[in-house]
Design a protein around this ligand. Structure first.
Ligand code: ZN
Length: 320
């Protein structure tokens, strides 16, 4: 596998649609995605159920997904209490979003930058108290890094400063997120290089892109060329950001996987099986819009995916 596609549909997708997917359907989605070759899934968010009833079963879903050997189970946490619950449920990776636009941060998390950074410090302390092999990977996500629907321009220096602050607060890594679909390939490259210069290349490996203005794949390619290797995307482009009016449509997993595989860059994901996952999820969410060009057009005649050594077909084996 040359790049890691982190499927965020069960979290970012489902939190932004009104339908509440039954727990059993979520489990079937996760199983099918894993069997198609997906190695990391953000399965939910530890927010109070009254705020996001769509994700009220996150703890159960994390515990369920944890049983799948070879799958990295990620979850979003808005604060220390969310992190405690995520750790209790057994998440391998927890992500705390920090919105680079402070207005967006107040609207989204109801917290100032200083308050989110304090949560980050408390989460890092919580993690360091755990035995080493039980510690989840802790990522601080720099959301609205490329612009904000409330403030417009977000200075790159601000993003860099917050990236440094998150690392100092004890994050293992920071990620860039184009929550509002404001990024372009040039700004993607520039911001990655600036953040790298400040925190080191090991501390920024992934990006979360939206396709709001049709630049999702171009931005992903720019990030890949610059050197990032982890890409968030959502099956069928489900979801967007309810706090960023007009921002709809995550990067579509099917199209992203197709782009990389067609380039000869292995994702570890079988496209035909991924289309099967799409059908499965569509059947469970009959009233929602699914995006993506590749699943509609089908694969080109004689399409050859990227070659990768050592691929074995997957089964769902329980973790010991
Ligand atoms: Zn998103």
């Amino acid at each position: 596998m040359n790049v890691l596609i982190s499927e965020v549909g069960p979290r970012d997708g489902l939190q932004n649609i009104s339908a509440i997917m039954p727990t059993e359907a979520k489990k079937a989605w996760i199983d099918a995605a894993f069997l198609a070759g997906v190695s990391e899934i953000e399965v939910g968010s530890f927010v109070p159920p009254r705020l996001l009833p769509q994700l009220a079963d996150t703890a159960e879903i994390v515990s369920y997904a944890r049983r799948i050997k070879g799958l990295t189970v990620a979850a979003l946490v808005p604060n220390r209490m969310g992190a405690e619950n995520a750790i209790k449920a057994g998440a391998h990776k927890i992500t705390l979003p920090l919105s680079c636009s402070e207005s967006h941060s107040k609207a989204n998390l109801r917290r100032t930058h200083a308050e989110v950074l304090e949560e980050a410090r408390q989460i890092a302390a919580l993690i360091s108290d755990l035995p080493e092999k039980e510690r989840p990977h802790f990522e601080g996500s720099l959301s609205t890094a490329f612009g904000c629907t409330l403030e417009g321009h977000v200075p790159e220096e601000k993003v860099v400063e917050l990236g440094i602050a998150l690392m100092e607060a004890g994050c293992d890594e920071v990620g860039l997120a184009d929550t509002t679909g404001y990024a372009n390939p040039a700004s993607v490259r520039r911001l990655i290089e600036k953040v790298w210069a400040a925190v080191g290349e090991d501390a920024l490996t992934g990006i979360h892109l939206h396709n709001t203005r049709g630049l999702g794949l171009a931005n992903a390619y720019a990030a890949f060329e610059t050197g990032l290797r982890t890409f968030d995307s959502s099956l069928g482009g489900l979801g967007g950001c309810p706090f960023a009016p007009g921002a709809s449509g995550n990067l579509v997993t099917e199209d992203l996987v197709y782009m990389f595989e067609a380039m000869g860059v292995s994702t570890g994901i079988d496209l035909e099986k991924l289309f099967g996952v799409r059908t499965l999820v569509q059947d469970a969410l009959k009233d929602d819009d699914f995006y993506g060009f590749t699943p509609e057009a089908g694969l080109p005649l004689n399409f050859t995916p990227a070659k990768v050594s050592g691929v074995t077909s997957r089964t769902i084996g329980a973790n010991s």
